[in-house]
Write a protein that binds this ligand. Structure first.
Ligand code: GTP
Ligand code: MG
Length: 204
């Protein structure tokens, strides 16, 4: 899919104030510093559309980006970083759970996990939470540029093996790097497929 336009629309601390448009939206979620904002910049081919930082906790609000005037990418704050304040540390912050529970326009969540690490409890719990909430999701492995192909293969296998202990089948997953743009076409294709499916449902 060609990205023709990508525009920042608004930042919000209140889900009720998010855009009223009935456009499909795709949210990026995961631990702080996993690379959510960088991935949005990589997908849209814009260096500074979403704000990134080497220090965890950069994104603190719900950020809507309108793509091709037709659908939204949503950058969310991270969860589970140990150094944020105690109230923010509650397993998944209220802003995040509010978003996932109330946002009708959400059609798919992308759960980002750092490909270098073993499966982390908080990510597995978040996927469990999405499952129970009946929110479709896919996994995006980030920072693939930091590992050699063999290690990527090994870690992805370890991850999917872990998931299969609780899930009947593994969700769709993508191996990406925001520095090399690996995985860009695949993630955009999956969004395009869902958008097309939604459009065809609307027409019938
Ligand atoms: P919060 O907003 O704090 O939750 O973090 P985030 O998940 O949005 O992470 P962000 O995109 O700000 O990236 C965190 C750090 O990881 C930055 O220093 C990025 O440059 C780096 N980073 C993100 N993606 C990649 C990647 O694919 N490869 C490499 N090598 N570094 C990355
Ligand atoms: Mg961020």
């Amino acid at each position: 899919m060609l990205i023709k336009t990508a525009e920042f629309v608004m930042s919000n601390s209140d889900v009720a104030k998010c855009p009223k448009d009935q456009l499909p939206e795709y949210a990026f979620i995961g631990r702080s510093n996993v690379g959510k904002s960088s991935l949005i910049n990589m997908l849209t081919n814009h260096k500074n559309l979403a704000k990134t930082s080497g220090r965890p906790g950069k994104t603190q609000l719900i950020n809507h980006f309108l793509i091709n005037k037709n659908w939204f990418l949503v950058d969310l704050p991270g969860y589970g970083y140990a150094k944020v304040s105690k109230s923010a540390k509650k397993k998944f912050q209220k802003l995040i759970t509010d978003y996932f529970e109330k946002r009708q326009q959400l059609v798919n969540a992308f759960v980002l996990v750092d490909i270098r690490h073993e499966p982390q409890k908080i990510d597995l719990e978040f996927m469990e939470y999405l499952g129970v909430s009946e929110i479709p999701f896919s996994i995006i492995f980030t920072k693939a540029d930091k590992l050699k192909p063999k290690a990527i293969e090994r870690n992805v296998k370890a991850y999917t093996d872990e998931l299969l202990k609780t899930w009947e089948e593994t969700p769709a997953y993508f191996i990406t790097s925001s520095t090399s743009s690996a995985g860009r076409d695949e993630v955009l294709q999956s969004i395009d497929d869902i958008n097309k499916e939604i459009n065809s449902l609307k027409q019938n």
